[in-house]
Design a protein around this ligand. Sequence first.
Ligand code: PMP
Length: 403
Amino acid sequence: MIKLPIYMDHQSTTPLDSRVLSAMKPYLEGMFGNASSRHHRFGVEAREAVETAREQTRKYIGARHAKEVVWTSGATESNNLAIQGVSHLYRKRGNHIITSVIEHKSVLDTCSFLEGEGFRITYLPVTQEGIIRLQDLEQAITDQTILISIMHANNEIGTIQPVAEIGEVAKKRNIFFHCDASQSAGKIPIDVQTMGIDLLSISAHKMYGPKGAGALYVRSENPRVRLQPLIFGGGQEEAWRSGTLNVPGIAGFAKAFEIAVAEMADESERLLRLRTQLFEWFRKYIPEVHCNGSLQYRLPGNLNVSFAYVEGEALLELINQTIAVSSGSACSQTTLEPSYVLKALGVQGDLAHTSIRFGLGRFNTAEEVMFTAHYVAEAVAKLRESSALYKETQKKLTSSTTV
Ligand code: PMP
């Protein structure tokens, strides 16, 4: 029995895993202490939870020291702290930042804010596959470049950047490398040493943890990175991020990461199988389906497809009561502009308007995938029936093939 609606929007957010909820509960109930209160049991047990979570997180990203993990409210804050923090502190060294056109808005808008302060930003283009070219990166570097900020996996199309190679380039040229790993942490392996990452953003709610909990890894040696804080106050987190720590959120973050890392191999294999099956069915039942971005270098759970002649928004309206998915990016759905990520791939206007993101996750089943394939195929057929353009094109196609 399938329970409706089906949730298939896991790049937007993920449900809380019940094991994570159990790990958080004690800190929402009896153990409510402030982790900065050092003189009584309540504070000490809260501090213990925070430091255990820090040590776990250190281990999962291959960091050397637990203190390199700074707790934040999520990846938006981590990205802002990394980019503004480095830019403001190292301004004397240079004023040039390199990023890509397909970054999340929390990176792009931070960069555009810094442009207003006199920084120069290079936005690297991507190939049709949704990947940056290393030679573009190398060519963009000047003696003023202080920071490269490139995401690990994209939130709309799931494409994975050559992070280790970017880290190598950054290291060779003595430039800090920040990587937004919100979509990849707990899904594909991350190692800040072998990948040459100096700053790494993570968010708990993308890996079956709670919303409002995140982390920023800040390398403390080879090279040592320092930051200008965004928030001033009680001096928590090495004074880089003042504010009373979200102890239940941090405990949930670490538990979510622990589960994701332990189950990564099995889960990604299963999700890849489901995603492959979903795309195969789409191609079988729906003519003119296109996958946006590389299928090879992609998060296992992501499928972003365009159904030609069908407005993404119209399709969403038809299916979203039954299957929860997104068109374009969930974070920029206040506009009906075609997604800037798809535009960057060179997906033409009309086709960019027809894209839907299917984000498969931990609790999706093979039955749900089969149901989705059929349900979407029916909806697409229905919408195409009322599309004059589709009928016109089909007519032309049949007349040209029946000469
Ligand atoms: N970066 C990427 C790639 C994301 O997908 C998101 C979430 N949509 C963020 C940053 C922001 O994360 P948060 O919701 O934790 O602020």
